[in-house]
Design a protein around this ligand. Structure first.
Ligand code: NAP
Ligand code: MG
Length: 485
């Protein structure tokens, strides 16, 4: 660091860890209470920024999953299934209020367990999770407007499996619509980030939610597999990698389970020469460096029109030099820790492959902490379309830059991956935005912005990014069956 930069260094601004009371160990949340797993096994969850063990968490085996599914079934055929829709709405609303009331606690816990900057868990994850519960509370007594006839019915017991990148937010995308529609759920959080789901279980107790409406089974992939394959699960909702999504599709083929799969992505963020460059650069940074790039819809491929290539890249490099990487609990931190050693190794492997393919790697000067898992913000230029870093999801703070000359070429390159989750278009021409949106094979197309989430807006993929939508009316329909037929 130059002395000039040091003179303007920020003072540390740590959020207080004392806001959250982490228990030394956690049981499974089944039938409204915390219970020990049948065979007594457990695993540790750590803070990826320090490698400190945060808590010991129960590992659910098949017997525990079965117990949770039975609790969910009892609640579905019992109090929850019989409850008037307007009453059900009040519970969903109460959960939204409790998330707000305990927002600081949830944000600190998320940041400790996941490694993401407190600024993001505080300003994005937790408020957006609350927004999902508020929005869906309004749906509970308006199901006749879901497009499935005058009196659609819930599906039954939903088995839900979520990843580690937005633990509480992905929980809310799953649980809020399921409950609003009248289903009961068994949810499995990711192995590396179970703690906010377990705090959410406490919120369910605080809200007096009838026992068994929400069950949380912690564990690794085998727990998720036992859940989705359980014969009494009526609906599977999965968010995670395309490989596991395919395995789930194979496992439940031939059953009458309903399924939605929200999988990976390799989004193009497309900058035309008439775009406001400063705004576009902010959007590029937000698109790929938000949440360390652990974002399914991350703008991981920058497509920039040749005539503004130098200008955009100069400005981008300058901006990346101002990002602050380090302690996620510091309120001034922009880039936190990589969620796990396994993920760090995957990012290293893919970036090494990028270099081997002939692309040029660049990172701003940046000191990585010694403890924990870290990767510097990285930009690859001269990336060939067939290179692994242009085709495969890196799921890290790594941007691959490609160029184009014409709108047709931009569309062809943008669509040239196995994925189709999201895309971004930067231009001042409205007609071009609409034309691009109609050509891009992506579930979400952002125009002059990126990574915006709203519970009213359906989100989901084309091709290997999965099928089904979450959010909005389409998301509600995934938890309902039509009674028209
Ligand atoms: P992952 O390995 O597929 O894991 C996702 C979840 O599935 C975890 O809870 C995991 O458990 C569990 N799981 C693993 N094997 C399973 C099996 N055979 N059957 C059932 N469940 C199983 O994905 P990840 O690496 O955690 O998450 C990153 C991926 O999620 C990326 O590809 C990203 O694009 C995608 N993602 C998509 C969206 C979207 O909305 N489209 C949103 C966020 C993330 P453990 O973690 O305990 O192993
Ligand atoms: Mg953890």
């Amino acid at each position: 660091m130059t002395s000039e930069r040091r003179a303007f260094a920020y003072a540390p601004a740590p959020e207080s860890r004392a806001l959250v009371d982490i228990k030394p160990s956690y049981g499974l949340f089944v039938g409204g209470e915390f219970v020990d797993p049948a065979d007594g096994t457990s695993f540790k969850t750590i803070s990826p920024s320090s490698e400190e063990v945060l808590a010991e968490v129960a590992e659910a085996g098949p017997a525990d999953v079965d117990r949770a599914v039975r609790a969910a079934r009892r609640a579905f055929t019992g109090p929850w299934g019989r409850m008037r829709a307007a009453e059900r709405a009040k519970y969903v609303f109460r959960l939204a209020r409790l998330i707000q009331e305990r927002a600081r606690e949830l944000a600190v816990l998320e940041t400790l367990d996941n490694g993401k900057p407190i600024r993001e868990s505080r300003d994005v994850d937790v408020p957006t999770a609350a927004a999902h519960f508020f929005y869906h509370a309004g749906w509970a007594d308006k199901l006749a407007y879901a497009g499935l006839g005058p009196d659609p019915k819930p599906i039954g017991v939903a088995g839900q499996v979520i990843p580690w990148n937005f633990p509480l937010l992905m929980l809310s995308w799953k649980i809020a619509p399921a409950l609003a529609a009248g289903n009961t759920v068994v949810l499995k959080p990711a192995e590396t980030t179970p703690l906010t789901a377990l705090l959410f279980a406490e919120l369910c107790q605080q809200a007096d939610l009838p026992p068994g409406v929400v069950n949380i089974v912690t564990g690794a992939g085998a727990t998720g597999q036992a859940l989705v394959e359980h014969p009494d699960v009526d609906k599977v909702a999965f968010t995670g990698s395309t490989d596991v999504g395919k395995a789930i599709a194979r496992a439940i083929a031939g059953t009458d389970k309903r399924v939605t799969l929200e999988l990976g992505g390799k989004a193009a963020n497309i900058v035309f020469d008439d775009a406001p460059i400063d705004q576009a650069v902010e959007g590029i940074v937000n698109g790929i460096f938000f949440n360390q790039g652990h974002v399914c819809c991350a703008g991981s491929r920058l497509l920039v029109q040749e005539s503004v290539y130098d200008e955009v890249l100069d400005s981008l490099r300058r901006r990346l030099g101002t990002l602050r990487l380090g302690d996620p609990m510091d309120k001034n931190t922009d880039i936190g820790a990589i969620n796990s050693l396994a993920q760090l190794q995957r990012i290293r492997e893919l970036t090494d492959a990028g270099e081997a393919d002939g692309a040029e790697r660049w990172s701003p000067p940046c000191e990585l902490p010694e403890q924990g898992f870290w990767f510097p913000p990285t930009v690859f230029t001269g990336v060939g379309q067939s290179s692994r870093i242009a085709q495969e999801e890196i799921f890290g703070p790594v941007l691959s830059v490609l160029t184009f000359r014409t709108p047709d070429e931009a569309v062809a390159k943008a669509n040239n991956t196995p994925y189709g989750l999201s895309a971004g278009v930067w231009t001042e021409k409205g007609s071009r935005i609409l034309w691009m949106a109609s050509k891009l094979r992506a579930g979400v197309v952002w125009a002059n912005t990126f990574n915006r989430f709203d519970p009213t807006s359906p989100f989901g993929g084309y091709k290997e990014s999965g099928f089904g939508r979450e959010g909005g009316r389409q998301g509600m329909a995934a938890y309902l069956r039509s009674t028209d037929a």
